[in-house]
Design a protein around this ligand. Structure first.
Ligand code: GAR
Length: 210
């Protein structure tokens, strides 16, 4: 694998990796991670960010007493400039809070190479399919349309592509007859809520080498 991924240092229970979780939606994954981190771990959430000022997920951070910021896209610039300006604001918040690892948890925007290059190796995502199958924003819909029997979820380091980068962990989930998107999403989320925290344990305790 490519050598340009700079992995996080080895965290410890006394000095855990400082994590920022970035969400776009309800943040059930964030809630599960915060619950997991209620016991000392090698990673600890220090900041919650969202591209939506009213994202339900921000409330989980607020309830946990964490700095929790909505950073919407700036409105005044052109489309390309707006994306980079937005990520500059996010990056500034990450630096201000001395963040060491960025955890995307239902973040529905594609990050630019500008941002990825700054965080590569310390930028992790969960996607609700068995990548490289069914990347993109509508994984469950695409899984159902394809008629496959098995789907799942994938935790991976983020590179410059869409839902690509070194895979850290995957779990399979059966597709049931009669599943709709919502039923499938809920079943996959239950598995995600176990897989993501455990994979962060592995990543933050120096057990991954690329
Ligand atoms: C999760 O299923 C996650 O895998 C997915 O969004 C959901 C967020 O749920 N992420 C993506 O689709 C990223 N492309 P949550 O807001 O309840 O944690």
């Amino acid at each position: 694998m490519s050598g340009d991924f700079l992995l996080p240092r080895e965290g410890s229970l006394e000095d855990p990796i400082r994590v920022a979780v970035i969400v776009s939606g309800g943040g059930s994954g964030l809630a599960a991670l915060l619950q997991y981190q209620a016991t000392p771990r090698t990673h600890r959430t220090a900041l919650v960010l969202s591209d939506k000022a009213d994202a339900g997920g921000l409330q989980h951070g607020i309830d946990a007493g964490l700095p929790s910021l909505g950073i919407p896209l700036p409105t005044k610039t052109g489309a390309k400039e707006r994306r980079v300006a937005h990520e500059q604001l996010i990056n500034a918040a990450l630096e201000e809070h001395n963040i060491e690892l960025v955890v995307l948890s239902g973040y529905m925007r594609i990050l630019t190479p500008w941002f990825v290059s700054r965080w590569k190796g310390r930028l992790v995502n969960i996607h609700p399919s068995l990548l490289p199958d069914f990347p993109g924003a509508h994984a469950h819909r695409d899984v159902l349309a394809a008629g496959v029997d098995v789907t799942g979820c994938t935790v991976h380091l983020v590179d410059e592509g869409v839902d690509s980068g070194p895979i850290l962990a995957q779990i399979q989930v059966d597709v049931h007859e009669g599943d709709d998107e919502s039923a499938l999403q809920e079943r996959v989320k239950r598995v995600e809520h176990v897989l993501y925290p455990k994979t962060l344990d592995i990543l933050c305790s120096g057990q991954i080498s690329l």
